[in-house]
Write a protein that binds this ligand. Structure first.
Ligand code: ADP
Ligand code: ZN
Ligand code: ZN
Length: 731
């Protein structure tokens, strides 16, 4: 009779193994629960994966667990299987993957207590009383007014959207007995509003095809031009799932989760959804996760990691803007949320819907598989088609803060007709280059192979890669000359120039520097919503997802760089950006225009972009990829190393290459490197890479599987560390 049992645990360490511990025989074994485990001289949190009566290790050397932290599993069987698949596919440590699948709040030793949510409502829904508040206490009025429009009450998160300082206001209202709270355990599922928009014939046909396919696994691509009403289709599909008592995960890119979308979902489904994104605290995200898990809410609307939301009755996954790069996680556990979502849907035998106006080439290529369905939406339900992309040849133009004369003419025309103008410039700061006019000195980062960007408003030179900052020098540090100049244009300079040129026009800037909080973003987007003429300047944050009907002109300032990029994805990305940005305009009752400043108007890609639609261009780009043997017609795995010296990083990759070379079928792969990475020094470390490329996926897998045991012996250390990147976003 064994006195104790053995269990193996996943621990968040970059080691490709699990850890055995002893469990007293009278203790119940809970797969998927967290345990506190002795580890070295400290403790770690582990998730119990499996238990048995025997261990392969010397039983006397196996330590007992200290304590079980959860009464029940925090990670269910399905999610554990998904984690195993991810670990195997992405060659990441199972322990790290398992913990990645949990909300950050539960990755340590914190207790998991089912959280109850409060909901506030009006104690006396008396319109006169509320109106009376208007003058005396506008803040109380604002809250009461909102509550009077939500009979079932509002949660803290919702109140916070009305007023960030809602808490004190509500406290005051409570003490006056105007407002009261209650626990919210069961959501009120509001009956969908009667005034649903009439579906366009295209939307209708698309749904007629989709609906009967919702009972099993398949990947559905909504390949619909910008503004063709994909969101409306998602909402109808969700409605159908909810009617069957199923739950839905709805993923959007990081910046796609704006109030506009939240309001749309709320209008349709009331309160039965949770929101999760990186702007929330760990605790808020945990609470959203828990509410969805318990079925208290039935829709999870969130960014990348919301994919790991658990529930009993998942019936649909939606991935909006499936081409978006924010679905790829590039630090810690490397994975692509779209691809993991497809696997998850397959494991659960449920449908997954991808949507985009500019689908990734991978997805387009996958559409030839028999589990993929592609639906085209070629029309906007509103009046005007997306504008064609017009090239503005600026070879002989005079520029002012990055804009050519012809560009100003367009801007002025649209402002004069009370349109809103969107200007896309994917470079924040004032100027990207600061130089001494005398000796050629340049402001370089001391930690990275990169220039420091001038940020005029804070009088700082800033590295966009490591955050290194220094004051702008008054004289050249090399020669003492006082003539230090800046070159190139960033959004800050563009904003300043436009404000000077158009003093009577509102100029709004949206980039990472001004949008420190979601509230700041929200207030700017609110201004757009008013429809008043204005100029909106922004980085990629403004490129996608937004639906502001008053925008009539989209301007793209610096598209040219992409024509000469070393990345094999540059053309695809340029096409996506141009079609997305141009697609922001002409969504209302006025026709839109889209212009691109370029010095290379004759370039074949520029010509194609201005004359053909995205699908045509994508088909051509796919042909090119096929000829060159790049993804999606080949698979890539990159080994990355970084070290305090370049030599050490390269040497580690030589070791890795030596291991790989001993594997059978190595000759079926092309192996590029070791070589220094594109930006070799970054955040103080030297980086190098070794890429494996193959059209023969089986051979690639086989080489990696044979090599892993030996590779795991090459431990990472502070001096030199290495990692594997499967399906990297670039070479
Ligand atoms: P997409 O997600 O394809 O870019 P949206 O779903 O945001 O497009 O729709 C674009 C605009 O068209 C939105 O303002 C939306 O309210 C409107 N819209 C969508 N479907 C319809 C419809 N059937 N009738 C009228 N307007 C619609
Ligand atoms: Zn100098
Ligand atoms: Zn730096």
């Amino acid at each position: 009779m064994p006195q104790s049992r053995f269990a193996c645990f996943a621990i968040a360490l970059p080691l490709h193994r699990v850890f055995d511990y002893r469990i007293a025989s009278d203790e119940s074994v809970v797969v998927g629960a967290r345990y506190r485990l002795p580890f070295g001289n400290g403790v770690k949190t582990g998730i119990l994966l499996d238990a048995s009566d025997i261990s392969e290790l010397d039983p006397d050397r196996i330590k007992p667990v200290q304590e079980r932290l959860d009464d029940a599993a925090v990670i269910n069987e399905h999610m554990l299987s998904l984690a195993r698949w991810m670990s195997d596919y992405y060659l990441q440590s199972l322990g790290e993957v398992v913990f990645q699948c949990l909300p950050g709040y539960l990755r340590g030793l914190r207790p998991h207590n089912p959280v109850r949510v409060k909901r506030w409502r009006l104690a006396k829904p008396d319109p006169d009383l509320i109106a009376g508040l208007k003058r005396r206490s506008p803040r109380q009025f604002e809250i009461c007014d909102a509550l009077s429009r939500h009979e079932s009450g509002l949660t803290a998160i919702q109140l916070k959207q009305i007023n960030p300082a809602w808490h004190t206001v509500v406290k005051a209202l409570e003490s006056r007995q105007l407002v009261q709270w209650e626990w919210m355990d069961q959501p009120v599922l509001e009956v969908p509003a009667d005034d649903l928009p009439r579906l366009s014939p295209e939307q209708h046909d698309c749904l007629v095809e989709l609906e009967p396919r919702m009972d099993r696994f398949a990947v559905h691509l909504l390949d619909g031009i910008t503004g063709s009403g994909k969101t409306e289709i998602y909402l109808r599909l969700i409605q159908g799932r909810l009617a069957l008592d199923l739950q839905v995960i709805y993923l959007v890119p990081e910046i796609g989760l704006t109030n506009q979308l939240i309001e749309r979902v709320e209008q349709r489904f009331g309160e039965c959804f949770a929101i999760s994104h990186s702007g929330l605290t760990e605790f808020q995200r945990y609470r959203a996760w828990d509410r969805f898990r318990r079925g208290e809410v039935r829709i999870m609307l969130g960014t990348r990691s919301s994919l790991f939301s658990q529930c009993d009755r998942l019936g649909l996954i939606i991935i909006d803007e499936e081409h978006d790069q924010s679905y790829r996680q590039d630090d810690g556990v490397r994975y692509h949320a779209r691809d993991v979502a497809i696997k998850r849907a397959q494991m659960l035998d449920i449908p997954i819907v991808l949507g985009s106006a500019t689908p990734s080439l991978e997805t387009i290529a996958n559409c030839s598989r028999d589990t993929y369905f592609r639906y085209r939406l070629d029309r906007r339900p509103t009046r005007f088609a997306p504008p064609p992309i017009q090239l503005i040849d600026v070879r002989n133009s005079r520029f002012e803060f990055g804009c050519a004369g012809q560009t100003f003419t367009h801007i002025e025309q649209h402002l004069a007709q009370a349109g809103q103008v969107l200007i896309y410039l994917n470079r924040r700061g004032f100027a990207p280059i600061v130089m001494c006019h005398e000796c050629g000195w340049q402001s370089l980062c001391q930690n990275c192979d990169a220039r420091l960007t001038l940020h005029q408003s804070v009088k700082t030179l800033l590295c966009h890669h490591c955050g290194f900052a220094q004051a702008v020098p008054e004289v050249c540090p090399e020669c003492g000359n006082t003539e230090i100049r800046h070159y190139g244009i960033g959004t800050e300079q563009l904003e300043q120039g436009l404000i000077q040129r158009y003093p009577d026009t509102t100029v709004l800037r949206i980039d990472r520097d001004v949008i420190a909080s979601r509230a700041a973003l929200k207030s700017r987007l609110k201004q757009l919503q008013t429809g008043q003429p204005c100029i909106l300047i922004g980085t990629q944050m403004i490129a996608k997802g937004h639906d502001y009907p008053a925008i009539t002109l989209s301007v793209i300032l610096d598209a040219d760089q992409a024509l000469f990029s070393a990345s094999y994805r540059a053309s695809e990305r340029l096409a996506q950006t141009l079609f997305q940005v141009s697609g922001r305009s002409g969504r209302g009752d006025r026709e839109g225009e889209a212009i691109v400043q370029t010095r290379f108007a004759d370039h074949p890609l520029m010509q194609a972009l201005s004359q053909r639609d995205y699908r045509d261009i994508a088909d051509d780009l796919l042909q090119e990829r096929r000829l060159l043997g790049f993804p999606p017609y080949a698979r890539v795995v990159i080994f990355r190393a970084d070290a305090i010296e370049l030599k050490a990083a390269l040497a580690r990759l030589e070791d890795i290459r030596a291991v790989l070379e001993t594997a059978r079928r190595f000759d079926a792969l092309s192996c590029v490197g070791p070589m220094p990475a594109l930006m070799t020094r970054r955040v103080g470390r030297y980086r190098a890479q070794l890429a494996l490329i193959s059209q023969d996926y089986q051979a690639l897998r086989s080489v990696l599987q044979q090599s892993m045991p030996a590779l795991e012996q090459l431990a990472s250390s502070a001096r030199v560390s290495w990692s594997i990147d499967v399906d990297p976003p670039d070479l």
